[in-house]
Design a protein around this ligand. Structure first.
Ligand code: 13P
Ligand code: SF4
Length: 362
């Protein structure tokens, strides 16, 4: 097998050959060597914006996970952009098709449709704005678009919920119960009873009719396997051992950790928060390991710890490596593209409705 130096050189060669036609986007959770080769990097919101605004490129290599590549395809190939390019599509490549997101997989469209129908027997679903975290399949985003709802990311979840409540009296939030709960609790939503809909429960998602009728926010039983590993004991341990330390977490963390934290934010906001802090600041950060390690390297003037004694890394983000990136880019250059992510027209049309609302409420 090839060394990283050789792979790096092969990718750099393709970057020179394709010039502006190629845009490599990288999420902050990617490995360092991938981040180094990315033209632009960001959190989920920023990457969506970059894909939506990409004008010169004809191929996006998305170093992230499947739902992000789908979103890039929908935004980069929306009707208005296609018209500007006389119908020429932007190809979106996911270097390893097995790079999915376990949270997104917890909300299959069939489960959502069944839940919605069942819920409709108890409360009028015309009173509910469906909101989905961007970490979801395009089919779920399309469902949300069709039903007058909105997509959010971890950086605009509050604004998205405000948008939702300005329209209807209730919200159903998919698939991350933690982001949905943490965000709702920080808002002036009168009722803090938030039933969690379990798609595997035999009836009403495991809830009583009464609880559903009284609720303002219904959560979906999904979570991020990485962020749910951070525990309140970890926060307490750091506070005890390192007086003055600040706890900074991603809102995908469970409520008990989120509430103990000093600050929170999307990966983009976490990076910004550390960047703006004075030398000598002490942090324990609760988000994916690769990002925290990169922050440690970039900020030797601060003391940065990973908020868990065990390794919490996103195994699917990690699947994207130089070998897969080189292979998929070479296939593209040689006229035999592989790993293309192409959302069908009907799904793309309705997902776009919900995604455009997301881009408007920042
Ligand atoms: P952000 O990119 O919004 O910070 O979300 C993190 C994440 O888990 C992406 O899958
Ligand atoms: Fe999904 Fe969590 Fe990985 Fe993000 S970090 S891609 S939410 S599993």
């Amino acid at each position: 097998s090839l060394s990283n130096e050789e792979l790096y050189e092969r990718i750099a060669t393709i970057k020179r050959e394709l010039g502006d036609r190629l845009l490599i986007l990288g999420h902050h959770y990617q490995q360092d060597e991938v981040v180094e080769l990315a033209d632009l990097r960001g959190d989920s919101y920023q990457l969506s914006q970059l894909a939506a605004d990409s004008d010169d490129c004809r191929v996006i290599a998305f170093c992230g996970v499947h739902f992000m590549a789908e979103t890039a395809d929908i935004l980069a190939n929306r009707p208005e952009k296609l018209a500007e390019r006389s119908g020429e599509r932007v190809n979106v490549i996911l270097p390893d098709m097995a790079a999915g997101c376990s949270m997104a997989d917890m909300a299959a469209i069939e489960q959502i449709e069944d839940a919605w129908d069942e819920l409709g027997e108890v409360i009028d679903t015309d009173d509910i704005t469906p909101v989905t975290y961007i970490n979801s399949a395009a089919s779920l985003k399309a469902f949300v678009g069709r039903h007058g709802g909105i997509v959010c990311t971890s950086s605009n979840a509050k604004a998205a919920l405000e948008w939702a409540f300005a329209r209807r009296s209730r919200v159903m939030f998919f698939p991350d119960q933690h982001l949905g709960r943490n965000t709702s609790l920080g808002m002036d939503i009168t009722n803090d009873q938030m039933p969690v809909w379990d798609p595997f429960a035999s009836e009403l998602g495991g809830n009583t009719e009464e609880a559903l009728k009284q609720s303002k926010v219904i959560l979906w039983k999904g979570h991020c396997s990485v962020h749910q590993m951070f525990r309140p004991e970890h926060v307490e341990m750091f506070r005890e051992k390192h007086p003055g330390i600040k706890i900074l977490v991603h809102p995908e963390c469970p409520q008990d950790v989120f509430e103990l934290a000093d600050e929170y934010g999307s990966t983009g906001k976490i990076i910004q928060t550390v960047k703006n802090a004075p030398a000598g600041s002490k942090w324990a950060i609760g988000t994916e390991l690769h990002l925290v390690n990169r922050l440690k390297q970039q900020h030797p003037e601060q003391e940065i710890h990973f908020l868990s004694p065990v390794v919490c890394m996103c195994a699917t983000m990690y699947r994207i490596d130089l070998a897969h990136l080189a292979w998929s880019l070479e296939n593209y250059r040689d006229g035999t593209p592989t790993n293309l992510i192409e959302v069908d027209d009907e799904t793309a049309k309705w997902s776009l409705v919900a995604l455009q609302r997301m881009l408007e409420v920042k």
